[in-house]
Design a protein around this ligand. Structure first.
Ligand code: F6R
Length: 367
């Protein structure tokens, strides 16, 4: 049921505060990380020397983001592969369970992801999955599964599953770090405190919808969009472009901001909207100068960042407000909300079928 929402996608966007609240109950126990729910207890952590994440589409983008947190927390190298590439490219895998392969999959039935896991299993890897469907094929083939508990996702465009995947990978990496002595009790406390304030911030991020509705008239007819971001905002840029493509059929590309001058800036003129994901993090100054570069070529910039960020306001045509937090993983979750609304409202304005985009299936069980 859509509970009064016009589309499942809109309902699922608005469900994110409650999904995150439930996740906090589910993945913490007595205020500490719940190793069992996070799928840590069934893995032989001491053996693991490297990690390879495999996934498709939005789940792949969640995996890319996961690399930003898993590497520093665990001290292990993390590689992220598209499942459709991993399964055919003879990837380097260590034997005797020293490589951990992580699948990220909402449905648990994606053909390429499942085939990648079969390969990894034959090569002797440990298999861990972050999955939303219990007893799905991917759950069953895994040595350990973190069940996301995000509730069913009906809209073809993934929204709440994406933010849930980010949270799950991040909490899993913290639990892993704790087990191998790389996360102190103080660090765990600090992280869980920040986590407890996340639902309030996601609720605030929902306010970005009003601003999105007021600005899209200037943009929705554009045939092309660029999305840019640095650090954890880079995968969010990829996700923003994917979301826009799949439901509005507008051609969109996501780029790491630092890549602009290596090619895509040639596309920028006064007809090109550029969505810049620019929270006030350690990359902020560089993000601002990238925005200045595209403005100098007359690009139209929609910034996603803090509404009290005067530097950002000064260089953008429009700013979609997004709450600001210190934790980079939680900031990535928050930045996801405005890009979802942007894609949704542009698509609705263009009259496309938001919940059932042409040529797409919710679960891709053929390669
Ligand atoms: C995009 C989208 C797809 C899926 C992809 C993987 O909005 O939903 O890109 O993310 O098909 O699906 P799962 O996660 O079920 O393996």
């Amino acid at each position: 049921e859509k509970h009064g929402y016009r589309h499942y996608m809109l309902k699922e966007i608005h469900e994110q505060p409650s999904v995150i609240s439930h996740s906090i109950e589910h993945f913490l126990k007595d205020g500490k990380l719940n190793e069992e729910a996070l799928g840590i207890t069934k893995l032989d952590l001491d053996k693991i020397q490297d990690i390879n994440i495999v996934a498709c589409g939005t789940a792949f983008i969640a995996g890319l983001l996961g690399k930003y947190f898993i590497e520093p927390l665990t001290g292990l190298p993390v590689n992220v592969d598209l499942a459709s590439e991993f399964r055919y490219r003879n990837p380097h895998m260590l034997d005797e369970g020293r490589t951990l392969v992580i699948a990220v999959s909402q449905s648990g039935e994606t053909a390429d992801t499942l085939a990648s896991l079969k390969h990894a299993k034959e090569a002797g890897c440990q298999i861990f999955s972050v999955c939303n469907v219990e007893y799905s094929s991917i759950d069953r083939i895994s040595d350990s599964t973190l069940l996301m508990n995000a509730g069913p996702e009906i809209g073809v465009a993934s929204t709440k599953a994406f933010t849930s995947q980010i949270l799950c990978l991040y909490l899993w990496a913290n639990a892993f770090a704790k087990q191998i002595g790389k996360l102190s009790p103080e660090q765990e406390n600090q992280m869980t405190q920040e986590l407890h304030s996340l639902p309030v911030h996601i609720d605030l991020a929902m306010n970005s919808e009003d601003k999105v509705k007021t600005i899209i008239n200037d943009y929705y007819e554009s045939p092309n969009f660029l999305y840019i971001g640095r650090g954890p905002s880079y995968p969010i840029a990829l996700e923003g472009a994917l979301k826009l493509k799949e439901i509005s059929y507008i051609h969109a590309e996501g780029y790491a901001s630092g890549e602009l001058k290596h090619g895509p800036i040639a596309l920028v003129d006064r007809h090109m909207p550029i969505v810049a994901i620019a929270p006030q993090d350690e990359y902020h100054d560089k993000s601002i100068s990238n925005i200045e570069e595209v403005r100098a070529r007359e690009g139209m910039v929609i910034g996603i960042g803090h509404d009290k960020d005067d530097k950002l306001q000064a260089v953008c045509n429009d700013v979609i407000p997004c709450p600001q937090v210190n934790n980079p993983a939680f900031q990535a979750i928050l930045s996801s909300i405005p890009i979802q609304f942007l894609a949704y409202h542009i698509a609705v304005k263009r009259g496309t079928d938001v919940d059932q985009p042409r040529n797409l299936a919710k679960s891709v069980t053929v390669e």
